[in-house]
Design a binder for this molecule. Sequence first.
Ligand SMILES: [Zn+2]
Length: 544
Amino acid sequence: MLTRVKGGRVIDPANGRDGIADIWLRDGRIVDAPADSRPDETYDAAGKIVTAGAIDIHSHIAGSNVNTARLLLPELHRSTEARRARAPLSNAEWGTFQTGCRYATMGFTTVVEPAVAPNYALHAHLELADIPIIDKATLSVLGNDDYLLSLMRSGASASLVRDYVAWTLATSRALGIKVINAGGAAAFKCNVRQFSFDDVVPFYGVSSRAIVKTLQRAVHELGVPHPLHVHCNNLGLAGNAETALETIAAAEGLPLHLAHLQFYGYGKEGERGFSSAAARLAEAVNGAKSVTVDVGQVMFGQTVTISSDVLRQFNARAQASPKKWVIFDGDANGGGIVPYNYRSTDFYNAVQWCVGLELFLLIDDPARVFFTTDHPNGAPFTTYPEIFALLMDRDLRAQWIATLPPAAVAMTTLASIKREYSLNEIVTMTRAAPARLLGLRDRGHLGVGAVADIAVYANEADRAKMFRAASLVFKDGELVVRDGEVTRYRWGRALTVAPGHDRAIERRMQDYYSDRYGLSADVMTVPATAIGRPEPFEAVPCAR
Ligand SMILES: [Zn+2]
């Protein structure tokens, strides 16, 4: 079937386009305008904005931590309370089905779950497969695991580390590798309660820096498109901008992605010893061309923090609101679930809100600063439309700033920033750039041959309203949303990489799991047959 999306303003920065045009699609792909054939169907996009489907690189939507949050907060399940349109505690309240629908209605078509423990990968993929409409991918977490730290302690070769990383990617069906508080979660098992970039993990004798560098190099040398995804040490602490600056400097010209930088944007200035260091961080990011970041914007309201940074979550448990939490130790990272209420009247929360927006606005290149709330840690992903509006309108920002404690605002530069994002920059940040960062060459743009993932929006002055409910969304060429309502359910795929490894690592892993657990290493493998649908995975090519 040949479909024409007619006469909209096509914003496609990856192909240098911004102007009125038609987009043609056939068999799930974007095609050239045919010379003579008539479309089987036409959608009028006159006066509307036509973009590629949006891509979220970091949103916790599935897996063991998300489910522990649901278990912790049964009072918010849909069966016990009428579901509200804009609900807090999103992960607790929403099932997988709502996750897919809510993303799709905002025009998002691909979402990355960024923290899957390799031993829970099967569960994460089963749950992701239950999320309709959108495509998904996972990042597998390494860096506090006994096997890697033991390899490093024994001075294993770079090729052996590469094989282990490649084996993990293949068995867990991941798109990339993440490290969360490198070494800190392993040190936590020895009762360490604070862990910085040059601290050394007891028993293994390796520093956080060495773990990050080892994994960064392995991921790069394997040709995995997405660089090592780093959740730094010291999340949330006053003065932790130093940790982020050290980590940025440690990139040393090789690709490195820093997650939710807002949570590392804090200095120690002022009466309360808590201030924004966003300007310094933005300057460092602007100067480190191989480094990308996402923001992890905070928005006010109730949420639940979900993290495999078990050390940080353990330290944060006293702030739980409501007063209950789960901290679990286990292989490698463990995890922690701490409900939290960000309040606009709270000095610290107000500074956090400002820091996120400062980072967005002070980092020059919209292709190196990515749009996230670290869902649900900073805010549920349903707040994205409000954040787009804040980035695009300094008067709107001023209205919000006027409601915050002046002492908090004074510890930031936000009130002085005049920049407003253009629609083109928003599209770059949410489409073109994330596709490139993840190595998805046929996504994030509307060029011929691209996957026909398309979002069409009414060009409203109220940008939040515009982005909340897309006029039309196509997934693989099928219309799935009309006027902000899901019109068709379908099942997406999970995107993976498999850079290849020496088969000897398979024997090593069999021996390791047999010796350590009395299990076969096959327990780590996610078989395609487990999903129960044809072709549930799609391989993304590696550079090697
Ligand atoms: Zn996260």
